[in-house]
Design a protein around this ligand. Structure first.
Ligand code: DND
Length: 204
């Protein structure tokens, strides 16, 4: 059975925390394909309208372009829909394409702990295996406890057992705006060039 990985996110912007975690996910699960899905209208946050969904999509493409030996695609599935990007709807559609494949959804620990607020989360748990990546070492106990709770409900939840890379898009947008940080440490050179050429995040 082929293994299909999904990595959904706002990616505003995509950074090395996303990138390293996605590659780790691909390698550890021995995926046959990874589908990165930038959301159009995220259910849980507002996006500054100066950054377009197309720009977030393009940054994802630039970020993963160097992984030539990997089967990674950036999907415009959520971008093409003009409605709120609910993960349940997206995974339902993907399941129709990959009927006999095992689907794994990569999720960071912060989002995992927010999972009970997701649209149709109980139904969503039946559609795929969730793989949780730690974003820091502080919320590990809480993640393990919540994982047990979901497993008792019949869900399949795996842990990526990754070394956390602590950075967030929110922090990065501030650093870019103030031009006061070693950005290369957190964003790939190609994505950083894209951001600088377009002066993204500076005037927000
Ligand atoms: P974010 O806005 O957190 O994405 O959205 C993540 C996914 O959750 C998207 O596919 C959303 O559509 C979906 N979602 C959220 C809320 C409600 C619903 C769905 C619903 O259907 O009701 P970010 O760009 O902020 O981050 C992308 C992913 O990467 C997240 O899982 C995040 O936790 C993770 N992440 C990191 N993982 C490891 N190290 C880091 C990370 N930074 C972000 N440094």
């Amino acid at each position: 059975m082929n293994k299909i990985g999904i990595f959904g996110g706002t990616f505003n912007p995509i950074h090395k925390g996303h990138e390293i975690t996605a590659i780790n996910f691909y390698n550890k699960l021995n995926l046959n394909k990874l589908i990165v899905i930038p959301s159009n209208i995220p259910p849980h946050k507002q996006i500054d309208s100066k950054i377009t969904a197309e720009q977030r999509f393009e940054m994802c493409g630039i970020c993963f372009d160097k992984y030539k030996n990997y089967n990674i695609c950036i999907s415009d599935f959520e971008l093409k829909k003009n409605s709120i990007s609910y993960t349940y709807d997206t995974v339902m559609e993907i399941r129709k394409i990959y009927i006999n494949e095992q689907i794994y959804f990569l999720i960071g620990s912060d989002m995992f702990l927010y999972f009970e607020n997701w649209y149709k989360y109980q139904e969503l748990l039946k559609l795929c295996v969730f793989v949780v990546a730690f974003r820091n070492n502080r919320d590990k106990q809480e993640v393990l406890k919540f994982r047990e709770k979901l497993i008792k409900m019949g869900a399949e939840i795996e842990l990526l057992e990754n070394e956390p890379f602590e950075i967030s898009s929110t922090e990065l947008r501030k650093y870019i705006k103030n031009n006061n940080f070693n950005l290369e440490k957190y964003i790939s050179a190609e994505v950083l060039n894209y951001i600088k050429e377009r002066n993204l995040y500076v005037l927000q």
